[in-house]
Design a protein around this ligand. Structure first.
Ligand code: PRP
Length: 218
């Protein structure tokens, strides 16, 4: 195998990816320290632990050969990377969410306001519907915005639906399903093609077998 650097998001998606990686038959060495680069002697490489929204940047610039990133990130910030595989982890959906109509506070603006971490996706969606909206960018806890009169609607990810429900919000529309993707730097894809193709084949098999198992458990 060619020497590889793999960028993985810290947190739950990263943990799900490790499960897939091991299922694909590869060794994953965990490091209990807070180091952000973990050597992987079993496959002559290293793992870098990145903030989820930064993974694609490392891969695009070649600081990592391959990485794991949500489709939401790739749609919001298009990247010059190859998208090799749908890992089918981190499944959720991008939605338009708001208060039920009868309890919706009046926002003193002519143009409806939409708060979101995904300004490009939200703007494209409302433009495609011929609607003019004022996009309010936020970085987290988006569900707060309609509750305190900052926005009429939000565009955000829904996984279990608990955050929306517990805050008395309803889903008005689903824009698209979202899952995590296996991405690759363009130059690495050419230079380390044999190694990366082998990885992809094995991971693809692991994705299929996990899915079959999950369906069997339903
Ligand atoms: C995400 C998303 C929603 C929530 C949806 O937020 O932005 O707020 O999860 O999950 P649920 O449907 O299972 O409740 P995240 O936890 O990433 O934190 P954030 O609000 O700070 O972005």
């Amino acid at each position: 195998m060619a020497r590889l650097r793999l960028a993985v998001p810290k947190g739950r998606i990263g943990e799900q990816f490790v499960r897939l990686w091991r299922r694909a038959g590869f060794v994953w060495h965990d490091d209990d320290s807070r180091k952000l680069i973990v050597a992987q002697h079993a496959w002559d490489g290293e793992v870098i632990l990145a903030k989820p929204s930064d993974v694609a940047t490392y891969v695009e610039y070649g600081a990592a050969d391959i990485g794991v990133v949500g489709k939401d990130m790739l749609l919001e910030w298009p990247r010059r990377v190859h998208e090799l595989l749908d890992l089918r982890i981190g499944a959720c959906r991008m939605c338009v969410i708001g208060l039920p109509t009868e309890t919706r506070p009046r926002v003193l603006q002519d143009m409806p306001r939409v708060a979101t971490k995904y300004p490009a996706i939200a703007a494209a969606h409302f433009r495609s519907q011929g609607l003019q909206v004022d996009i309010v960018p936020l970085h987290g806890s988006i569900e707060l915005a309609p509750l305190v009169g900052l926005a009429d609607r939000i565009v955000d990810l829904v996984e279990t639906g608990a955050t929306a429900r517990d805050n008395g919000l309803v889903v008005y529309e689903t824009l698209m399903p979202i899952t995590s993707r296996f991405i690759c730097n363009r130059a690495s894809f050419r230079l380390k093609n044999e190694t990366i193709s082998h990885l992809c084949d094995r991971l693809s098999g692991a994705v299929q077998s996990l899915n079959t198992e999950d369906e069997g458990n339903e």
